[in-house]
Structures are given as C-alpha cells and as structure tokens.
Design a protein around this ligand. Structure first.
Ligand code: NAP
Ligand code: G4F
Length: 361
C-alpha cells in the first residue's frame, strides 16, 4: 500500500491556507498546518476542518528558526506550501523591518531548514504580482516582465522569490514560485479593498452603515477567486520540473469599477463626481453619498496597474481562472449580506439573501 501524501502549510489560518488545506484533505493528503500564537484564536477559517482526522495544527512561527527545524523533522512532509506572510501592502510601510523578517528571512529560514534536515520535499513559494510594480505600460505582466517592486512588502517578497530560485539552482531543490495576482473570497481579510467594499455594500443595504471611505480609486487590479488559485498552487507542485508561473485572470478593473459592481448587487447604482480626495460616489436614485475618498488610505508609493498574462500557466498546468471580477463581486456581496463575519458555508442560497434583504433601505 502506498503511503498517503503529507503536506505542510505555513499560513494555514489565512485566506489561501484554509482553502488549500480543504483542497488537500479532499485529495486524500495528511495536512499539517503551522499556526502562530495570537491573543485570540485565529482559526475561524479552519472551523470546517479543525477536527478532521487527517488535519493537524502545530504552533510555530517563521521568525523562529528552531520551531521550523523541529516541525520539518517531526512531520516529514513531501510537499511544503509556504504561505505565511505579513501580507498587507499598506501595513508594510508602517512595519517594514517586521515585514522583511517574516516575508524575506522567513522564506530563507524555511528553505535552509529543509536543506539542513535533508528533507526531499517539494516547495511552493507564495510570490506575488506586486513584484512587477505595476507601472503604466508594463501590463499585461508575464514571467519575463522586469521586477520593480514598490513597497516594503514587495521588496521582501522579491528576496523570497530570488531565494527560491537560488536554492533551486544551487542545491537542486524542487522549489517553485507561484506569482499570483490578487485573489479574493468571502474569507478575505476585512482590510483588503474587495472585502471592505463588499461588506460595506451589504451593510449599507441593511441600513447599518452610511458610507464607505476608500483610498486610491484609480488603481487597477486583476482579481480572481481564491479557491481556484489554490488549485494552481497544487498543480505547480505536481509537475516533475519546478517552475515560476504567473497566475491571474487576464482581466482588470479599477477600484471604482469594483465598487460599482459590488453596489449594483444591492441595487445601488453609483454615480461619480469630483476628483482626487474630493471624489464622491453617490446613489444615483437618492443622491446619498455612499463612497468618499479618504487620503488616510493613500500609500506612500502605489502599485498602479496589475493585469496578468496567464498564458504560460494555461499551457503548462492546464489551469484557467473561471470566476472573473463581476461574478466575484456578486458572490462576495451575497455572502456579506448573510454573514457579517466569517461563517460557513461560503456560498449562500437565494432564500437566505432574499430574507436578509427584506426591509432594506
Ligand atoms: P493572509 O490571509 O494574510 O494570511 C497570512 C497567513 O500568514 C496567516 O495564516 C497568518 O497567521 C500567517 N502568518 C503571518 N505572519 C506569520 C509568522 N510570522 N509566522 C507564521 N505564520 C504567519 O494572506 P493570504 O491572502 O492567504 O495570502 C497567502 C500568501 O500569498 C501570502 O504569503 C501572501 O503574501 C501571498 N499572496 C497573496 C495574494 C492574494 O491576493 N491573496 C496574492 C499574491 C500573493 P495569522 O492568522 O496568525 O495572522
Ligand atoms: O486590496 P489591497 O490592499 O491589495 P494589494 O495591495 O493589491 O495586495 C494584495 O494583493 C497582492 C497581489 O497583487 C498580494 F501580494 C498582497 O499580499 C495582497 O493580498 O489593495 C488593492 C488596491 C491598492 O491599489 C490600494 O491602494 O486598492 C487600493 N485601495 C483603495 N482604497 C485600497 C483602499 N486598499 C485597501 N486595502 N483599503 C482601501 O481602503
């Protein structure tokens, strides 16, 4: 009888980690996840699988080298998905040193620990489209696009990206970079722009919030659906040859357009007036201001325009994004209408949505 495959996921309590753990359990893996100590449990996204017989969590931290050595030796995984990160770009300007400790050195520590315990594991690195910097005229970005990162988050991830390539070449490790464009879901953290918008649209529809404050409405993003992106991570590690691949939809919208799509789900058509910090989005029917620009959300440096050229991934993995931004906005708003917090299942039925929307303003 062949042994079950064993995977280790860092960042398992995050958006992607939770979907990836579910995917791997469904594929029959033993799944081990590293969680760090917090002042409160952060396992809400894992509620569905916490007591699964093939799912185990371990305390650890990617800034703690000894915990990584101990866990690698104890678990002995055949696949490692390194997703742990200080993943918020704006926050990285406030905590640049910490972001580098976690994102850059954390990746180095993990790769080095794999080598030192002499583990023959395949390694996936959560690289990011932020590496490209998003300067106008560089889109669509592909594997050969120059890397010009524009935040402490992105420079820390650049270090991780190159460390993966160096360890692959120097030591023959099966180490790959998935260069993923933005991917979202009902489980997205509430301080990322899509979730902030969809949750506000739902609350405004329920009469629980007046207005939403946002930063740069002109930034362009290529948004996909997280459960589909974790499939790409798995496919990358199933290849015999390690690789660096761009994963995205190939479509892109401004923040303003995403807000329009989200508010349309609750029957609010936004009309825009003013410019820069004075721009406002009004409900065309009532004239009420529903979106305002607040410069507090502007970043010291912005990644302006990201749109993927995912053709290489389509050819090599047979992977293609199926859920595009309009459908994504719809499923996220519908979820937020029913749940104001994480709750499960992710997808909601029409009756629930209709019940919640009864009596809306
Ligand atoms: P996320 O929701 O912010 O999750 C990050 C995870 O990392 C959480 O489980 C967090 O634990 C954990 N973590 C943070 N610092 C840690 C540390 N020092 N030691 C151990 N664990 C730590 O991020 P995500 O959206 O799932 O993204 C997953 C990865 O993909 C990240 O590396 C991110 O940079 C990268 N990425 C994301 C996207 C995207 O659009 N989502 C695109 C490209 C790349 P807590 O729960 O305790 O905070
Ligand atoms: O949702 P965001 O915070 O995501 P961002 O900065 O693109 O980063 C995410 O995607 C990366 C992949 O490209 C990941 F590597 C990273 O870990 C993370 O998952 O912001 C998207 C855009 C930005 O241009 C930002 O300036 O939305 C703009 N924005 C406008 N108003 C806002 C807001 N972003 C946030 N978070 N909050 C706002 O109020």
């Amino acid at each position: 009888m062949t042994a079950r495959k064993k995977a280790l996921i860092t960042g398992v309590s995050g958006q992607d980690g939770s979907y990836l753990a579910e995917l791997l359990l469904a594929k029959g893996y033993d799944v081990h996840g590293i969680v760090r100590r917090n002042s409160e449990f952060t396992s809400r996204r894992l509620d569905r699988i916490l007591f699964h017989e093939r799912f185990t969590t371990h305390y650890g931290d990617v800034v703690d080298t000894s915990s990584l050595h101990t866990l690698l030796a104890r678990v002995g995984p055949s696949e490692i998905y390194h997703l742990a990160a200080q993943s918020h770009v704006a926050v990285s300007f406030s905590v640049p040193d910490y972001s580098a400790q976690v994102n850059a050195l954390g990746t180095l520590r993990l790769l080095n620990a794999i080598r030192e315990v002499d583990l023959k594991a395949r390694f996936y690195q959560a690289s990011t489209s932020e590496l490209f910097g998003g300067l106008r005229g560089t889109e669509p970005q592909h594997e050969g696009t120059p890397l010009t990162p524009r935040s402490p988050y992105s420079t820390s991830k650049l270090f991780g990206y190159w460390t993966v390539r160096n360890y692959r070449e120097a030591y023959g490790m099966h180490a790959s970079n998935g260069i993923l464009f933005n991917h979202e879901s009902p489980r997205r953290g509430r301080n990322f722009v899509t979730k902030k918008i969809t949750q506000a649209a739902a609350r405004i529809a329920r009469g629980e919030q007046e207005m939403l404050r946002l930063g740069n409405l002109d930034a362009v993003r290529d948004w996909g659906y997280a459960p589909e992106y974790v499939e790409a991570m798995w496919l990358i590690l199933q290849r015999d040859v390690p690789c660096d691949l761009v994963i995205g939809t190939g479509t892109a919208y401004t923040i303003r357009q995403f807000a329009e799509m989200a508010f349309a789900v609750v029957g609010i058509e936004l009309g825009w007036s003013g410019q820069g910090a004075d721009e406002r989005g009004r409900d065309r029917r009532t004239g009420a201001v529903r979106v305002a620009v607040d410069p507090v959300y502007f970043r010291p440096l912005e990644t302006e325009r990201l749109r993927a050229d995912p053709r290489l991934a389509e050819r090599t993995l047979g992977w293609r994004a199926r859920t595009l931004a309009p459908a994504l906005a719809r499923l996220m708003v519908r979820y937020d209408i029913v749940h104001d917090e994480f709750g499960f299942p992710d997808l909601v039925d029409d009756a629930d949505v209709a019940r919640r929307m009864e009596g809306r303003t």
